[in-house]
Each structure stands twice: as C-alpha cells, then as structure tokens.
Design a protein around this ligand. Structure first.
Ligand SMILES: Cc1cc2nc3c(=O)[nH]c(=O)nc-3n(C[C@H](O)[C@H](O)[C@H](O)COP(=O)(O)OP(=O)(O)OC[C@H]3O[C@@H](n4cnc5c(N)ncnc54)[C@H](O)[C@@H]3O)c2cc1C
Length: 489
C-alpha cells in the first residue's frame, strides 16, 4: 500500500481549533470541539475519519494514485469500478452517521472532482482557472480535507420580483487576488469544515457581474464569520432521549465576509455570469456530488423503514393486512431508490476524455424521488408510533433502578420488549421523525438540492424528449401511410 494520506480523527479535531469565528446568537464560539452546541457532532465526524482508515474499511474507502492512498471521493472516476468504489465509500460514511450528515466530508470534494474533469470550461473564463480547479482538488486530497459549500445569494439579491439589492460582491482587487464582502447561505457543516466553496448555483442576471465570483476560502480566514442557527445538540437532554440530535447535528450557517482577501489560485470564476452555473451542470460536478446525497438518503431510509417495522411489531399490528400494505409501500420505495442507485453506475456515461460519470437521468430521478417523498415517509412512520411517545414517562431517569423503575417495568412492558427497551425505541423514533431536529431534516430533504420546483426541472432538462416525440410521430405517420390503410376503407 502506498503512502497513506488519510487523516486521523484526532488530527481533524486539532485542525478545528484554528481560531474560526462562529456566532451562536451573540456568543462568539472559537472552539467547536469543546462547546456544548457542537462537540459531539465534531466527534462524530472525527470517528468517520478513524473508521475510514481502519484495516476493515480502508480498501472500500480509498484509492491509490501516484504511490499515495487517498479518500475515494477525491477520485475523478475513469471506470465503472471507480464509480463502485466511490459509491461504497459514500454508503459507508452514511451508514456510520445514520444518513443524518447531509454535508459529510465526501460531498463537496465530489463536486470538485467532477469539475476537475472539464478544466477547459474554466480556462475559457480566464487562462489558469482550469489548473486552479485541478490544484484545489489536489490540495483537498493531500490534506484529506473537509469542505462545505455556500452556493446561494441572499433572497434580496435575486431580483426575482423587484430590483436586486446586491449583498455579496467583489469589492476590489489586491496584488495577489480579489477582495469580497457580503453574505452567502447556507453552509451546512461549515463549522466542522476546513474550507468553504463559495459561488451561486442560482442563475444570476446578466447585470450581476460584480456578484459573479466563485472561489474557495479557509473557514478561519481573516474577515470571515459564521452565523449558525439554533443548535439541537446543545438542547439535547441525553444520548437516550436524543440519540441523533445529540451527535449528528451538522449545523447550518450563514457566512459573513468583511473585506476578505482571496488569492488568485483559489478563484475559479471571475465576472463570468454563465460560468457561475455552468460549472455545476456542464461538468459532472453536480452529478457526482448528488450521487453522494442519494446514497446518504438510502441509508437513512433503511433506518426509517426498520423503525416502521419495529413500531408495528411493538404495537402487535404486524399481522394486519393494512399495516403490511403500509410496510410494503415503504419497502417498495427503498427498493426503487436502490435500483436507481445501481442504474446510475451500471448505465454510467463515458466522456471522450476517458472519464465517466453516473447516469444523469437516474441520478435526477432519484434526487426528485427523495426530495418529494421524505416528508410523507416520515409522516407514515410517525403514524405507526400512535400515542406511544406520549405514554412514556417524562425523561430517561425512569430507566434508573428503584421502586419507580419497577413500577415502570411491570406496567409498560410489551410481549416482545421490556419497558426500558420500549422507552429507548420510542425516544429514538421520536428524535428522528418528530422532534425539532426531525423538522429540520424534513426541510433539509426538501431543499438541500434546490427548491422543490427545480427538482422536477432537473428531470425535464435531462429527459430524451426528441426520442419520446419520435415515438408519437411514428404513430401519426403510420395513420396516414397509404400502404397501411385498412382494406375496409
Ligand atoms: C436545512 C437546509 C440545509 C441547506 N444546506 C445548504 C448547503 O449546504 N449549501 C447551500 O449552498 N445551500 C444549502 N441550502 C439551501 C438550499 O439550496 C435552498 O434552501 C434552496 O435552494 C431554496 O432556496 P431558498 O431557501 O432561498 O428558497 P426561495 O428560493 O426563497 O424559495 C422559497 C419558496 O418559494 C418557492 N419558489 C421560489 N421560486 C419559485 C419559482 N420560480 N417557481 C415556483 N416556486 C418558487 C420555493 O420552491 C420555496 O418553496 C440548505 C437549505 C436547507 C433548508
């Protein structure tokens, strides 16, 4: 095995203590590894780094290039086997985090790997930007770094139904690069990342040239501050009452730039409005990135379906045809998604320059399916819990030994579960499907890939309409073909 370029969890945690500035309300947080709003989730990410390089996983999570061993998501794929390796790496990261870390460390590097497969697109903006992409991928790969992205301008800057108020913009240049100021949204996992990718996936208007800039910046760069939403981890009571929110709260942050200097070698697009969006959709970037999202979702779905089956079992309802139907629908959904994931790889697309990418149609169908179905799936499984969550005692102190605990055990037990097991199961299900944390996840699944109407449009843009229309035309032609007129006519 070549030289191993894979970070240890402890080194990752040490790198987070880099003077970054995070606003939690008015409080300024500089160390997420010790703060109660973030420290458990930081540990969850560190654990992924350690699991990835462990002997039982390393062959499934990494690849070798130039005598060095790197994380699979930095690999620009050249074959179906490469895609399979990348897929298994995504799947394992998701499995280790119950599909709850949407922007895990394998997400944004997959975008960058996809973009590096078409550097000439960037060079058309400015000679050297293509090399900047390749070098940036290498920088992330060599350090096994974690990058997030913020690719939305604030709503007031979009000029959808009124004049645009440019917020984030280029404010100047200096000898070595450019200077930017303003606000970008929305950096999921930003507080746990080394780097942020800044751009706009939303189309900019032709006059928004001063906002047309894409670059990368270290999270601790002078002039950068992250403003985070309320922390679920900080409000989690215990590992039992809040199993997921206490350790998988990836956080979402707005990034504020105050005259931040960006060196030219980290700039990928400058004053080029079409390239701002083309870099995602005219390279395999968006597809490779969202392939990770599909695998992440599939692991979460398996967990949700497991909860559905156990809830029905606890309630003694598994034998009912109506309940079996519900479970059957959930199972069919899971199989549909897994089928779409396989098809993305089996029917991958070969590019003339020797690279391959996942099949676009199956990718966008899966993305649309996940975004449109998660809230209904969560609702259906929550219904199976019935009043279960509300007949449970107030908190997990009931699990301690003592007279009250004995009363609890004898009255709350089920034929297939002790009262304590039942308590732990119900709390777990509630945290995942109905808590504040669960509400954020419902919104996340709806929006992480863009607003709901765009989810449908991806498939509209990628469908072979000409072929479909030809099928219709063939029949119309056949109707008027003289040789085929019915004898009776
Ligand atoms: C939990 C969470 C995490 C996220 N993480 C990230 C991240 O890591 N990085 C990142 O860059 N972004 C992230 N996003 C942002 C996400 O990409 C946006 O939420 C999404 O693009 C929608 O933009 P918006 O929120 O500004 O909604 P808006 O564009 O303001 O839309 C609001 C509502 O209006 C509807 N709407 C708007 N325009 C139209 C139209 N033309 N036709 C029909 N309906 C319309 C939308 O569908 C939506 O329901 C995240 C979002 C969420 C909720």
């Amino acid at each position: 095995m070549g030289c191993v370029m894979l970070r240890h969890g402890k080194d990752y945690l040490a790198s987070l203590r880099d003077g970054r500035r995070i606003r939690l309300g008015t409080e300024l947080v500089t160390d997420v590894t010790t703060h109660p709003a973030f420290k458990n989730t930081a540990q969850s990410f560190a654990r992924i780094y350690d699991l990835k390089r462990s002997p039982e996983n390393i062959d499934y999570m990494t690849y070798e290039e130039g005598g060095q061993r790197h994380s699979a998501w930095f690999m620009p794929p050249r074959s179906k086997d490469d895609l399979r390796l990348r897929a298994e790496a995504h799947r394992r990261v998701a499995e280790w985090s119950c599909g709850l870390l949407g922007r895990s460390m394998d997400h944004v590097p997959s975008f960058v790997a996809g973009m590096s497969m078409k550097p000439e697109l960037f060079d058309a903006n400015r000679e050297g930007f293509g090399q900047n992409i390749i070098d940036y991928l290498d920088y992330l790969r060599q350090g096994d770094l974690f990058a997030c992205y913020l690719v939305l301008t604030p709503q007031t800057s979009r000029g959808v139904s009124g004049p645009s108020d440019p917020n984030f913009r280029i404010v100047g240049e200096y000898d070595g690069g450019i200077i930017v100021s303003g606000q970008k949204m929305l950096g999921t996992s930003a507080v746990f990342s080394d780097e942020a990718w800044i751009g706009s996936m939303i189309p900019l208007g032709p006059d928004q040239v001063e906002e047309a800039v894409t670059f990368a910046v270290p999270i601790n760069a002078p002039g950068v501050e992250l403003w985070v939403r309320k922390s679920f981890e900080q409000n989690a009571k215990s590992r039992i009452d809040n199993y997921f929110s206490s350790q998988f709260d990836e956080s979402d942050a707005v990034m504020i730039f105050d005259n931040v200097k960006i060196p030219w070698n980290r700039v990928f697009c400058y004053r080029d409005v079409p390239l701002m969006r083309d870099m995602y959709f005219k390279t395999p970037g968006h597809m490779l990135g969202n392939h990770q999202s599909n695998w992440r979702f599939s692991e979460k779905l398996k967990l949700v379906n497991g909860i559905a089956h156990q809830a029905a079992d606890h309630a003694g309802l598994l034998g009912l045809p109506a309940i079996q139907q519900t479970l059957g629908r959930l199972a069919a959904g899971e199989a549909t998604l897994l089928g779409l994931l396989s098809a993305q790889i089996d029917q991958c697309i070969e590019l003339p320059n020797g690279y391959v990418h996942v099949n676009n149609r199956y990718l966008y169908a899966a993305l649309q399916w996940c975004a449109s179905n998660y809230h209904q799936i969560a609702e259906e499984v929550r219904l199976l819990l019935g009043a279960g969550p509300f007949i449970m005692p107030a908190d997990d102190s009931i699990l301690d030994d003592g007279d009250v605990h004995d009363t609890f055990e004898s009255n709350w037990k089920l034929p297939k579960a002790t009262a304590s097991e039942r308590y732990r199961f119900v709390r777990m299900a509630w945290d995942l499907l109905a808590s504040d944390f669960a509400g954020r996840h419902q919104q996340y699944e709806r929006f992480y890939g863009g607003p709901p109407h765009i989810m449908d449009l991806y498939s509209f843009w990628n469908a072979p309409w000409a072929e479909r229309r030809q099928g219709v035309q063939n029949i119309l032609d056949d109707m008027v073909a003289p040789a085929k007129k019915l004898a009776a006519e």
